[in-house]
Design a binder for this molecule. Structure first.
Ligand SMILES: [Zn+2]
Length: 278
């Protein structure tokens, strides 16, 4: 099994476990790998240390929020040249997050002005920076994840990324509150090589996410284009391996094939993230 989305301490909010204990949890559960994600810090160095003595491979990346000045190619270059494997477009400081009233850095640091980030078509001035970021991700053969961008921004980004040579594309939990992308649109965007993530966090915490809704979404996109991840780390969520089992069980309970669901939480995310041996 391979979890490409987990949050660990230290963070600007409470987390269930730190990097090392989180990684040890995967090791104990026999996971081949995981990706540490933080909204407000590169996890590249953290992942290296947490995974150094383990069989489980621990990867890191960078999310483009307030701490990077948003959509910042220099921050992406530094993270990728240090071995980062995933670049997330703005997440907690995306404009969608403000619109939906979801937590942002300025909520825990109220001295900060309430600035948000967007890409075209919402913010046409970001086009050149996004182009540079796509070129950097392509060069590193890393994963470009859509973060909490709106559906319109994701639809703009994917062809731009592909034209720049990005081969690993992930729609970050498209059926979550942000971006709340219709399944049909996710299916269209994934038909040409991208993957769509469904998280255990959605099952555990998203108000309108029932097992039936998540299963219908997975069915429409097609299980060969779905990644199941935990997105856990919240103090009130179970440990990641347990959360992923709950997600697999919930979707299998809706009639989806259990072996294929397990591939969505193992081979598919692993081949998406792990670099090819050259
Ligand atoms: Zn997350």
């Amino acid at each position: 099994m391979f979890d490409l989305h987990v949050h660990a301490a230290p963070d600007v909010t409470d987390r269930r476990a730190d990097d090392i204990d989180t990684a040890l949890g995967y090791e104990a559960a026999g996971y081949t790998g995981c990706v540490l994600k933080a909204h407000y810090e590169s996890t590249v160095g953290r992942a290296h240390l947490a995974g150094r003595d383990l069989r489980t491979r621990v990867f890191g990346g960078i999310a483009l929020n307030r701490h990077t000045g948003g959509v910042n190619p220099a921050a992406v270059a530094a993270a990728l040249l240090s071995g980062g494997r995933v670049v997330w477009m703005p997440t907690a400081d995306a404009h969608t997050q403000e619109t939906e009233g979801l937590p942002r850095l300025c909520d825990v640091a109220p001295r900060l002005p309430r600035h948000t980030y967007a890409i075209p078509p919402a913010d046409p001035t970001a086009e050149a920076a996004v182009g540079q970021i796509c070129a950097l991700v392509a060069e590193a053969d890393a994963v470009l994840a859509t973060g909490h961008l709106s559906t319109d921004e994701v639809a703009w980004l994917l062809p731009v990324a592909k034209a720049a040579g990005v081969r690993r594309l992930l729609l970050t939990h498209p059926s979550y509150t942000v971006p709340a992308m219709p399944a049909r649109q996710a299916a269209q965007l994934c038909a040409d090589g991208a993957y769509a993530e469904i998280t255990a966090y959605q099952l555990l915490h998203q108000p309108d996410a029932t097992p039936a809704m998540l299963a219908a979404f997975a069915r429409e996109v097609g299980l060969d284009r779905i990644v199941l991840s935990s997105d856990t780390g919240q103090p009130d969520s179970p440990a990641a391996p347990e959360a992923i089992e709950l997600l697999v069980d919930a979707l299998a309970g809706e009639g989806l094939d259990r072996a294929r669901l397990r591939a969505c939480a193992s081979d598919i995310p692993e081949s998406l993230v792990v670099p090819r041996i050259s």
